[in-house]
Design a protein around this ligand. Structure first.
Ligand code: KG4
Ligand code: ZN
Length: 338
C-alpha cells in the first residue's frame, strides 16, 4: 500500500520578510522569500508598513512557492503559519491567510513558534545534528541558548536580559553612521580591521544569560570622547572600530556557549538567526568546536534569516505529533514558548 506524502504549505510573516515554503516529508521543496525594502529609508522596520507589504506579497509568494515545488493546492496536507513572536499586524496577515486556505481546503491548521523554528532550521541540511543539541539563536530580536531534546521538546537555558545580539550590531553601526541594518556592514569592514585595536565593555551576567546594552553605551562614550579630539576619528578608524566591536560581541556569545556545553555535557552545537551569518561568529564557533571537540552546525544563509522553510519543518513534526489548531487560534506578539 502506498502512503501519500505529508506536504506542508508554511507561511512566515512575523517581521519584514514575507515567505512561503512547501515541504514534503520533511524535505523543503521551495522556500520563497520577499524581503521588504520599504523599511530601509526609515532606519528600522515600520510595523504598519510591514503589514501592508505582507498583504501585497503574500499571494504571489505562495503562488511562487507552489510553482517552484511543482505542487498545487490539491497536494497540500496541512497549512502552517508563524503564530508568535513578532509584530502583531504582520503576524495577523500570515495567520488569516493560512486559516482561510485551511478552511477552504478543509485541511488541518498548524501554529508554529518562530524561535522553535529558527532552531529546527538546523534540520534542513545534511548532515543534520542529532538530538539532544544546543543552539545559539541570534537575531535582531532575540539572543537565546536553547537545549533541544527532540523537535518538539526545547528549553531556553539562557537569553538576553536587554538588547539582542543583532541590536548590538545594528545600534553600534548606527553610532558609526552606518545605515540600517548595520550588522552586515560591520562584518564587511571588520574583515579589514584589527580586532585588538579598541576594548569595549564586556558584561558579567550570571548563569547563561547575556546583556548587550552596556556595550552600546561603552561604544557611545568612547566615540564621543574620541570625536571631541578628532572629528574624523570614526572615518580614520572605521575598520578597526568594526573589528573590535564585532570581536566583543562574538566573545560575549562564545563565552556563554562554552559555559552551556560544560553545564549540559552536550557537545553538538548549532547556530540560528540572522546574526549567524556573521563571518567572525561563524569562524569563532568552528574554532571553539575544533578546540573543545564539539560538533558544530551552521545553516546556510537562506535558513539563518527569517524564512518559511524553518516553519515548514517545525510544522512537519507537529503534524506527525497530531498538534493541530482550530480556526479560533490567533497570533500573539509575546515571545514566550507555546
Ligand atoms: O533573523 P533575522 O533576519 O531577523 C530577525 O531579527 O528575526 O536577523 C536580523 C539581524 C539584524 O540585526 C542584522 O543586522 C543581523 O541579523 N545580521 C548580521 C549579519 N547579517 C545579518 N549581523 C552581523 N553580521 C552579519 N553578517
Ligand atoms: Zn527570526
Amino acid at each position: 500500500m502506498s502512503v501519500s506524502p505529508v506536504t506542508i504549505l508554511a507561511i512566515e510573516s512575523s517581521c519584514d520578510e514575507t515567505s512561503a515554503s512547501i515541504c514534503m516529508d520533511g524535505k523543503v521543496l521551495s522556500n520563497t522569500i520577499a524581503t521588504q525594502a520599504v523599511h530601509e529609508q526609515y532606519g528600522g522596520v515600520v510595523p504598519e508598513l510591514a503589514s501592508r507589504a505582507h498583504l501585497q506579497n503574500i499571494v504571489p509568494v505562495v503562488q511562487q512557492a507552489l510553482q517552484k515545488a511543482d505542487c498545487t493546492m490539491a497536494d497540500i496536507s496541512a497549512v502552517a503559519f508563524t503564530q508568535a513572536p513578532g509584530l502583531i499586524g504582520a503576524l495577523l496577515v500570515g495567520a488569516q491567510f493560512a486559516k482561510s486556505i485551511a478552511l477552504s481546503l478543509n485541511k488541518p491548521l498548524i501554529a508554529v513558534h518562530h524561535m522553535q523554528a529558527h532552531v529546527l532550521a538546523n534540520l534542513l541540511v545534511e548532515p543534520a545534528p542529532s538530538f539532544p543539541f544546543l543552539c545559539l539563536t541570534v537575531s535582531g530580536g532575540h539572543t537565546q541558548i536553547v537545549l533541544a531534546r527532540s523537535p518538539l521538546d526545547m528549553e531556553v537555558i539562557g537569553e538576553t536580559i536587554d538588547d539582542a545580539a543583532g541590536e548590538a550590531f545594528d545600534k553600534s553601526a548606527k553610532l558609526l553612521g552606518l545605515p540600517y541594518p548595520g550588522g552586515p556592514l560591520i562584518d564587511r569592514y571588520a574583515k579589514l580591521g584589527n580586532a585588538d585595536a579598541f576594548r569595549f565593555a564586556e558584561p558579567q551576567i550570571p548563569e547563561l544569560n547575556f546583556s548587550f546594552s552596556g556595550l552600546k553605551t561603552s561604544v557611545l562614550y568612547f566615540l564621543q570622547a574620541q570625536t571631541a579630539k578628532d572629528p574624523a576619528f570614526i572615518q580614520h578608524n572605521l575598520n578597526d572600530l568594526c573589528a573590535s566591536i564585532q570581536a566583543t560581541i562574538v566573545r560575549i556569545l562564545i563565552k556563554k556557549l562554552k559555559k552551556a556545553v560544560v553545564q549540559t555535557g552536550i557537545t553538538q552545537v548549532c547556530m540560528a538567526g540572522g546574526v549567524s551569518a556573521n563571518s567572525g561568529l561563524r569562524a569563532a564557533l568552528q574554532e571553539a568546536g575544533k578546540k573543545h571537540g564539539w560538533k558544530t552546525y551552521i545553516p546556510p544563509f537562506e535558513y539563518c534569516t527569517d524564512n518559511a522553510g524553518m516553519i515548514a519543518i517545525t510544522a512537519y513534526h507537529k503534524y506527525l505529533a497530531g498538534q493541530f489548531e482550530d480556526l479560533s487560534v490567533g497570533p500573539t506578539a509575546r515571545a514566550g514558548w507555546s
